[in-house]
Design a protein around this ligand. Structure first.
Ligand code: F6R
Length: 605
């Protein structure tokens, strides 16, 4: 949430900062600003283009810090936009995170007659740093941070020393990029790819002094620490649109490639074997578990719900699925041997991270299914699996969700084989199906024009109800979430059998139902549910198995998908739902890559 980007080097800073912000815009896009010490402080409400329009082309200065905001404290106005300054206006800061004790600090400042002029928690930190500054900026930041409770990815700069940026991290990611012409700082490594692949990730409690030629990292308490440089594995192309109108469309069309990358080197289909290197060291513990608790938020939570169905059906292991925001605050009764598995694309979601920390504190084994290598959850879990889905830029998760489903299939076979719940023949059948899936998806995606036409029709409604059963219940929830966030249409989701317990009262001619009816073992039950809503005059769009004539006779519209193994079916059934949300959003003129009120990494609770 929020993006910070900094540069100190030999080139003009402003264009580099603006480009960095454009790469980070998916993290928040309420307002933006830059500080080029000694030259300019510019802020604008709204997206980065508004800021860019206010920055002169010839703005000098080879150091700068920049911010794109997702508002937490105070509305998204220019006044509340970062950077925020100290009382002198010579020190500026950009901040991602929340200063929890900002009210207390504000009172202390007010007693010193240092007023704050915005609604933000960040300004309080800026004023505090300024009040402690006596010529050594790093020292002032250190002292200030020791008085702060909360989370921060922070950059501070002063016109008194324009060749230095002070950087700090606590519960919010910060990465330093090492390039030939200087150093960069970013809240996401993908924004550095245009400059370098060599990076240093800060850890919680780190403070770095960054100049053109050097970076020195200590703890906030001033103890030196050594952080090794790493090489980013993604390339710059993977964060470009590559001819697609939107990142979301590009990422949906990457489905086949993503499944290949998620499974590469991890399957021996003939032997019914899965190899997940990141879990090998803890495999004996996993095999022996009485219970696996899976934690996630949003789409990751729905992927975990699918995982629960597949793991319980094929791997014989009791599963609980928890929302990160709930698990972290409730009393989680520990019985038997339990592990906690976090599912997260970003690896930074605050509630998921807090859940993992809570599980760790309770002495439980912690595991992760994480896309972003080097992220906090990837680093803090005991063991895990990387998705290898590549950077996901569109705010709505698509390819990462499919990759999460794919990892759950791998995990199901791995655990099922280890504990004897799954025979070699059954495991081989699933894995052979998984190997064939990219080709099937590729050919499916060759012609999705039917979805565009149907999307136009469904974009005229104000409501939608998604229903599914068993593996497809969580997919119904995911379909409704995607539609809500990309189109602002009110959407609900239910297990097909639940409707008649109340929600069917909503149904009428203006309340379409999107029914997931692949030919699986609950097909007949779903057909009955579709009949029930049709009898109440709902327009019905069915997602069904190619060649199914029965559904064509009942539903108003049908989008067909190929039939695959039941454990793989949710992967393919999700794709038309993603494309439906995308096309309805586009038909309604919405910027589907950056829907209102959202941000990609939810690093605040
Ligand atoms: C929805 C979406 C969100 C995320 C959720 C968790 O399209 O993208 O619901 O799935 O915020 O994010 P991660 O996976 O980064 O923990």
């Amino acid at each position: 949430m929020c993006g910070i980007f900094g540069y100190v080097g030999t080139k003009n800073a402003a264009p580099i900062l603006l480009e960095g912000l454009r790469q980070l815009e998916y993290r928040g896009y309420d307002s933006a600003g830059i500080f080029v010490p000694g030259h300019a402080l510019v802020k604008a409400a709204g997206p980065i283009v508004n800021l860019a329009a206010k920055i002169p082309d010839d703005l000098p200065g080879t150091t700068g810090i920049a911010h794109t905001r997702w508002a937490t404290h105070g509305p998204p106005t220019e006044r509340n936009a970062h950077p925020h300054t100290d009382a002198s206006g010579r020190i500026a800061i950009v901040h991602n995170g929340i200063i929890e004790n900002y009210r207390e600090l504000k009172e202390v400042l007010s007693a010193q007659e240092i007023p704050c002029n915005t609604d933000t928690d960040t300004e309080v930190l800026a004023k505090l740093i300024g009040s402690l500054y006596t010529g050594d900026l790093a020292k002032a930041v250190q002292t200030a941070l020791q008085r702060v409770r909360g989370t921060y990815g922070l950059m501070v700069s002063t016109a008194d020393d324009p060749g230095t940026i002070i950087v700090a991290s606590m519960g919010s990611p910060v990465v330093i990029g090492l390039s030939a012409d200087g150093h960069l700082v970013s809240s996401d490594p993908s924004a550095l790819l245009a400059h370098t692949k060599d990076v240093v990730y800060l850890k919680d409690g780190d403070l770095a002094v960054v100049t053109r030629d050097s970076y020195t990292i200590t703890t906030v308490a001033g103890k030196p620490v050594d952080r090794a440089a790493e090489v980013i594995q993604w390339d710059a192309e993977s964060v470009q649109k590559q001819g697609y109108e939107h990142f979301m469309l590009k990422e949906i069309h990457e489905a086949a490639e993503v499944i290949k990358n998620t499974t590469r080197g991890r399957i021996i289909a003939k032997e019914g074997k899965v190899k997940l290197g990141g879990l090998e060291a803890v495999l004996d513990q996993i095999k022996d578990l009485d219970r696996l608790v899976i934690v996630g938020c949003g789409s990751a939570y729905y992927a975990a719900q699918v995982g629960r169905y597949t793991l319980e059906e094929y791997a014989g292991i009791p599963i609980e699925v928890e929302l990160g925001s709930e698990y972290r605050y409730k009393n989680n009764l520990q019985t038997g041997k339990t592990a906690v598995l976090a599912v997260t694309q970003s690896g930074e979601t605050a509630d998921t991270l807090a859940s993992i920390r809570k599980a760790k504190a309770a002495g439980l084994l912690t595991l992760g299914i994480v896309n972003t290598v080097g992220s906090t959850i990837a680093r803090e879990t005991d063991a895990g699996v990387h998705n290898h889905a590549g950077p996901e830029i569109a705010v709505a998760s698509t390819k990462a969700f499919l990759s999460q489903l794919t990892v759950f299939v791998l995990l199901t076979v791995l655990i099922g084989r280890e504990n004897g719940a799954l025979s070699t023949a059954d495991a081989s059948e699933i894995l052979a199906g998984l190997e064939a899936l990219p080709t099937i998806i590729d050919s499916y995606l060759q012609d999705v024009s039917a979805i565009e036409a149907i999307a136009k029709k469904y974009s005229t409604y104000n409501h939608a109800m998604f229903i599914g059963r068993k593996f497809h219940t969580p997919i119904a929830y995911e379909g409704s979430l995607k539609l809500k966030e990309c189109t602002y249409i009110h959407a609900e989701a239910y297990a097909g059998g639940e409707l008649k317990h109340g929600s069917i009262a909503l149904i009428d001619t203006d309340f379409p139902v999107i029914a997931l009816v692949p030919q699986d073992d609950v097909y007949e039950k779903m057909i009955s549910n579709v009949e029930e809503v049709k009898a109440r005059l709902a327009p019905v769009l069915a997602i069904a198995t190619e060649g199914d004539q029965q559904i064509a006779e009942i539903a108003d519209d049908v989008l067909y998908v190929p039939l695959v193994h039941p454990v793989l079916q949710p992967i393919i059934t999700t794709i038309p739902l993603q494309l439906l949300a995308y096309n309805v959003g586009v038909a309604k003129g919405i910027n589907v890559d950056r829907p209102r009120n959202l941000a990609k990494s939810v690093t605040v609770e």
